[in-house]
Design a protein around this ligand. Structure first.
Ligand SMILES: Nc1ncnc2c1ncn2[C@@H]1O[C@H](COP(=O)(O)OP(=O)(O)OP(=O)(O)O)[C@@H](O)[C@H]1O
Length: 279
């Protein structure tokens, strides 16, 4: 049986003064332990959904549930949700508030009023895990975008959330930074953290995720294993979504070649090229 960490039940939200709702009845369940990609065109409501997921916004209608329990507006409920759900914003400038890297990473822990020695040790371990030890005393505004993103992620992970939400974390990163980031995510996922990543990169989503959500106009329209979601050409065409390049290439191959390439769909064009080379 699949267990879900976070659920949205018919969640509606309209920004003050907006003509259209940003969320228009989202119903969605995030399966525990998965690497989920959240896809959808600009403005479909991904960031707004994330802001509901960790209690920054409250639904105008509908409910957010954590492990099956509805989150009320009580302070204790919202604080518990914030501890369980870590959100990394698309723009690290919105997230990083302290003067130095170490101060920023310790910020959330200081708010929990933990003993100082415990905070120091957790920060030390987190900086080490994220390759940031040598930057501990560096002013945050001296860092590159990739480094700032790493600090923002470290500042969220130091709180040990069960669910990590990432809003377009690879945009503007070069291929090396993206690779390093993905390796970091593997380590985070390996210790049992569920991850949901909003992204516009369909090839990346197909290769990385083991669960895919597709949103459109404030609603969830598809959810499931990547192979099943990307097989729904009917819905994807209506949404004017491209399909991952590797699937297009695979489907263009003659049947007898596909048979010889072995079972299972390749995840990347690199993997497909390697299988073809070995023929
Ligand atoms: N602060 C705001 N005030 C008013 N409307 C807003 C605000 N923030 C977002 N919106 C509107 O809410 C809708 C959903 O926006 P949201 O940022 O959640 O979409 P998104 O899917 O994350 O987009 P993107 O892929 O561009 O990041 C859009 O129509 C947007 O214009």
């Amino acid at each position: 049986m699949t267990t879900h960490v976070l659920e949205f039940a018919d969640v509606h939200y309209t920004y003050p003064g907006a003509a259209q709702p940003a969320l228009n009845g989202v119903t969605m369940a995030v399966p525990a332990g998965r690497r989920c990609a959240l896809l959808g065109r600009n403005g479909c409501g991904k960031s707004t959904l994330f802001l509901h997921a960790n209690g920054i916004f409250r639904p105008h209608k509908g409910q957010v549930l954590w492990k099956g329990v509805p989150i009320s507006s009580r302070r204790a409920d919202l604080q518990a949700l914030k501890r369980n759900v870590g959100l990394v914003f698309q723009d690290p400038e919105q997230q990083l508030i302290a003067a130095t890297v170490a101060e920023d990473v310790s910020y959330g822990l200081c708010n929990l009023h933990l003993p100082e020695a415990e905070i120091r040790e957790k920060v030390r371990r987190t900086l080490e895990a994220f390759g940031l030890s040598e930057w501990a005393d560096t002013p945050v505004h001296h860092l590159s975008l990739g480094q700032k993103r790493r600090v923002a992620l470290a500042g969220v992970m130091v709180m040990e959330p069960e669910l990590l939400l990432l809003d377009e974390p690879t945009s503007y990163l070069d291929p090396w930074q993206t690779e390093a980031f993905v390796r970091q995510l593997e380590r985070i996922h390996a210790v049992g953290t569920t991850i949901v990543m909003a992204t516009h990169d369909l090839d990346f989503a197909y290769a990385w995720a083991d669960w895919v959500f597709v949103m459109d106009a404030g609603r969830l329209v598809l959810a499931g294993e990547p192979e099943r979601v990307f097989a729904r050409r009917d819905i994807l065409e209506v949404l004017q979504f491209k399909r991952p390049a590797v699937l297009e290439l695979w489907e263009s191959l003659p049947g007898h070649v596909k048979e010889r390439l072995g079972p299972g769909l390749p995840k990347t064009t690199g993997e497909l090229a390697e299988r073809l080379r070995l023929l």
